[in-house]
Design a protein around this ligand. Structure first.
Ligand SMILES: Cc1ncc(COP(=O)(O)O)c(C=O)c1O
Length: 379
């Protein structure tokens, strides 16, 4: 294995091999480098078509897109929002940014997303909405979640940061709830380094979100600020990069799916390794190939495997630490008697493996071989 030892396989590498450079240079030469320019309009229009949404509001990252959603939905201090705990911290922080409280509900073992059967019990007179996360590319069960929301007068936000072009019963992520949120951070399927977007069919919500995104300036009256707004806009150079990414999104997804297939075929007979489940109605976005380790059957726990792969130059990522156990949220969750057994089980046993559209078969086979070598070294 000598020749493998110096190899470094990063968790993700952005694929910028199309028109990214040409469009970015074009934006720079045009001198439109701030948040107006033809690439901003083009990106918003094309992303709307891709996600089957009437309105797209580009933002400077996914976290502020979530914050903007909470503001434009008029979430207030003391309100409650139901969210999963197995997600990136930004989902919960956006709720707290406006003084509201995230109420954590467990995930389903079949999707790793919010379990609709458990939502009802978490609804109180203070509940205003639900943020369902399409975790690791797999869409949440939106028909069930939207029906509960409708019955209880709640809004639903889809956090699709990790799920570009996932399909739910044939419908695209970005069109599955009242409002959806995307991230275009460097590790996402399409990226511009730092960027985000909101998508919606609700024109009233969109105009409120646009007002708040642009410092609260009245679109009909320059320098008249009708409300306290924010500077959450995305710039024309970043949108130029995103326009180039959109041109190749289908190809990049196809390539990532091929990588998923190789992982599947090489790891399917390894005892103690379980794959991310896929619901019958889902066609997930191939973001990061995700597995869980059954410690007893595999022979060691997830952290030992991560350290072993790290030694072999393979970068991996443990699953998110449940947010209800983290310092800013643990006291409030404890006081509410929060108990999330599925979340905790999946979190402590899960690993995201390297995934990029430019990965080659040899790299994936190397990773799978090293996983097997770790197991064999323990036998
Ligand atoms: C589920 C989820 N929501 C929100 C975000 C925040 O997006 P950003 O990093 O662009 O702020 C991320 C991560 O990147 C995420 O994974």
């Amino acid at each position: 294995m000598e020749s493998h030892d110096k190899r470094i396989v990063p968790l993700t590498i952005p694929d910028l091999s199309g028109n990214e450079e040409t469009y970015a240079v074009d934006a720079i030469r045009s001198s439109w480098i701030s948040s107006t320019g033809e690439y901003v309009n083009r990106f918003e229009s094309e992303f709307g078509k891709l996600t089957e949404s009437k309105e797209v509001i580009s933002t400077c990252n996914g976290t502020v897109a979530l914050h903007l959603a909470m503001l434009a939905l008029d979430l207030k201090p003391g309100d409650e929002v139901i969210i999963p705990s197995l997600t990136f911290i930004a989902t919960a922080n956006a709720v707290r940014y406006v003084g509201a409280e995230p109420i954590f509900v467990d995930i389903s073992a079949e999707t790793w997303c919010l379990n609709p059967d458990l939502i009802h019990a978490a609804i109180t007179s203070k509940t205003r909405g639900i943020i369902a996360v399409d975790l690791y590319g797999h869409p949440a069960d939106f028909d069930a979640i939207n029906a509960i929301a409708m019955d209880n007068g709640l809004w639903v936000v889809e956090d699709a940061a990790e799920a570009h072009l996932a399909l739910y019963k044939g419908r695209k992520s970005g069109s599955l709830a009242d409002v959806s949120v995307f991230s275009f951070y460097g590790n996402k399927i399409i990226t511009c380094g730092e960027g985000g977007a909101l998508t919606t069919n609700n024109v009233k919500f969109a105009s409120r979100a646009k007002l708040l995104r642009g410092q609260g300036m009245d679109p009909e009256r320059r320098y008249y600020f009708s409300t306290i707004g924010y500077n959450y806009r995305l710039n024309n150079v970043s949108c130029a990069i995103l326009c180039a990414q959109i041109e190749r999104i289908d190809l990049m997804i196809q390539e990532r799916k091929k990588a998923f297939e190789i992982y599947h075929s090489k790891l399917c007979n390894v005892k103690g390794i379980l794959f991310q489940p896929i619901a019958m109605w889902a066609n997930p976005a191939p973001w990061l190939f995700s597995i869980t380790i059954n410690e007893v059957k595999f022979g060691c726990n997830r952290d030992v495997l991560i350290a072993f792969l790290d030694e072999k130059g393979i970068e991996t990522r443990p699953f998110f630490i449940p947010i209800h156990t983290l310092p800013p949220y643990q006291d409030s969750a404890k006081n509410r008697g929060c108990s999330l057994p599925v979340t905790e089980l999946i979190s402590k046993s899960g690993i995201n493996l390297p995934t990029s559209s430019k990965m080659n078969q040899t790299e994936i086979i190397y990773i799978c071989d090293m996983i097997k070598e770790c197991r064999d070294s323990l036998l």
